[in-house]
Design a binder for this molecule. Structure first.
Ligand SMILES: Nc1nc2c(ncn2[C@@H]2O[C@H](COP(=O)(O)OP(=O)(O)OP(=O)(O)O)[C@@H](O)[C@H]2O)c(=O)[nH]1
Length: 213
């Protein structure tokens, strides 16, 4: 059976190795914690259809390896991404300090209009925290990012991160700020949206003719 959706968005999950990117994707798709997570080699892929403001949106998500040695491979997947989860680990200042590099890569290689949500992951490890919520939310504000603290372990805010990012993209489409038909937008119309675009024809009373202009 074919899947029905209004839009397809290409998403990236980026950030340092060990921040929990693969676990976030697994929690989002499978709704459970990935017990044994090895370093990602190159990129992994997942997809899911979600409902956002009355639209069905298919997210096509590329989970990239955080390790430096895969950087040239992962960079080649940035092109044409509509949204990204930029992940750091709240218990590791090193992963937070690396955010500016990830951010400039995403804006340069994906698209200037890419919608990014900053995710401070491992929220469940509050006792080992090295980065405060306030500090990260200031960074997010300064860099025009949305921001959430997440836990791939408990599932807290994981679905929200993907949904908030998708909602912002939809808002930008509706306001005309993003054009799905622009090459490299990372957005495609799904069959449901195409059916809707065609539906005025079907609704035409029998015996009448459409103007061909
Ligand atoms: N406590 C806790 N541990 C987590 C969480 N998310 C991930 N982990 C652990 O962090 C480690 C790294 O998780 P991964 O998802 O493999 O990290 P990654 O960012 O995909 O790493 P690379 O593939 O190397 O880029 C694993 O041991 C996970 O079990 C979380 O929310 N809370």
């Amino acid at each position: 059976m074919s899947e029905s959706y209004d839009f397809l968005f290409k998403f990236l999950v980026i950030g340092n190795a060990g921040t929990g990117k693969s676990c976030l994707l697994h929690q989002f798709i499978e709704k459970r914690f990935k017990d044994e997570s090895n370093h990602t080699i190159g990129v992994e892929f997942g997809s899911k259809i979600i409902s956002v403001v009355n639209k069905m949106v298919k997210l096509q998500i590329w989970d990239t390896a955080g390790q430096e040695r895969f950087r040239s491979v992962t960079r080649s997947y940035y092109r044409g991404a509509a949204g990204a989860l930029l992940v750091y680990d709240i218990t590791s200042r090193e992963t937070y300090n690396a955010l500016t590099t990830w951010l400039s890569d995403a804006r340069m290689l994906a698209s200037q209009n890419i919608v990014i949500i900053l995710c401070g992951n491992k929220k469940d490890l509050d006792a080992d925290r090295e980065v405060t919520f306030l500090e990260a939310s200031r960074f997010a504000q300064e860099n025009e990012l949305m921001f959430l603290e997440t836990s791939a372990l408990t599932g807290e805010n994981v679905e929200e991160a993907f949904v908030q990012c998708a909602r912002k993209i939809l808002n930008k489409i509706e306001s005309g700020e993003l054009d799905p038909e622009r090459m490299g937008s990372g957005i495609q119309y799904g069959d449901a949206a195409l059916r809707q675009l065609r539906s005025p024809r079907r609704a035409q009373p029998q015996g009448t003719q459409e103007c061909g202009c």
